[in-house]
Design a protein around this ligand. Sequence first.
Ligand code: NAD
Ligand code: ISE
Length: 335
Amino acid sequence: MSIGIGLIGTGWIGEQHVHRLANVVSGARVVAVSDIDAESAGKVAASVGARVVDSAEALIEDPEVEAVVVTSWGPAHAEQVLACISAGKPVFCEKPLITEIADGQRILKAEQAAGRRLVQVGFMRRYDAGYRQMKRVLDSGEIGAPLMAHCVHRNPNVREAYTTEMAAKDTAVHEVDSLRWLLGEEFTSVQTILPRKTSKRFPHLQDPQIFLFETASGARVDVEAFVNCQYGYDIQCEIVGEDGAVRLPDPAGPVVRKAGRASAEVLQEFGDRFADAFDVELQEWVDRLIAGQEPTGPTSWDGFAATVVVDAAVRSLHSGGIVPIDLPPRPDFYA
Ligand code: NAD
Ligand code: ISE
């Protein structure tokens, strides 16, 4: 048995997900794609034998499309996800689920009215083998109650269009989701701290930035976002508990000993670092759909909460102060 998938947004990650769904994930057929850039849609469709559909709305209504993947740009996500909910079709939406808090409330309301979970958000780190090992250690109680977390998110460089606010909204948002999931609690406040700027950045950009979060239990999470670090794509995470600490493993790779040095490669691209996680994420989503079950991945609530948190981080970026995070109570539907 296989499921017919339609994908909206055939840009960088959309093209990758199309190939993943067509060639790696079992049980998925890419039947249609759509993009406001018809040339891009045509090229990606031809590479997997899918049809091009003129608009996102038509793709969502297409009878051959049983489930939808949204990989268009962030501000378009909310309306496309709402249209999927209203058509009763499961939707996998890349992050961010929303760029406006009010849209999050609309999605939560619509999904609850539909009476079943239709939305999964693309926070792929929950599918990374190393993060999953950390989660098992934390849930086992082996290191006791978590007290602190230290996270690093470094990119070698970013394009000129990358803005200062994107350090929270586009980059640290992954740590926000991962830590909410690992710790199993919500963030209650944030302060954005601005260190000396690197000279190796575009002039408009504040880089690096540090986000200091507090959680409901009083644990502290610091996240360094440094997007022009030059040397590679480097993701680090350590959680310190009352009885021990657990650290995210580096991706496995050979250590070369030569000329008095031992060295290992640092990956350059996030697509390489999390390639396996993206595969597992989509495979598990498809497996659930084929089994006629609701998805188990990051929910609309998770997508909403992550945006509330990074919005507060951006407000702190501008004010310099500690900003409370006002998250409404989580609906039981998302327990
Ligand atoms: P991109 O700019 O390469 O591609 C976006 C595509 O969407 C473009 O082809 C554009 O023409 C199309 N598009 C824009 N508005 C549209 C609309 N209203 N209807 C249909 N198509 C539309 O961007 P990208 O790097 O592929 O990122 C896409 C999304 O995926 C973003 O939300 C981004 O944050 C997310 N993303 C997630 C990860 C991750 O690690 N999970 C990594 C990269 C990108
Ligand atoms: C990008 O948009 C992502 O989502 C990547 O996972 C992240 O590591 C990168 O910094 C972002 O720009």
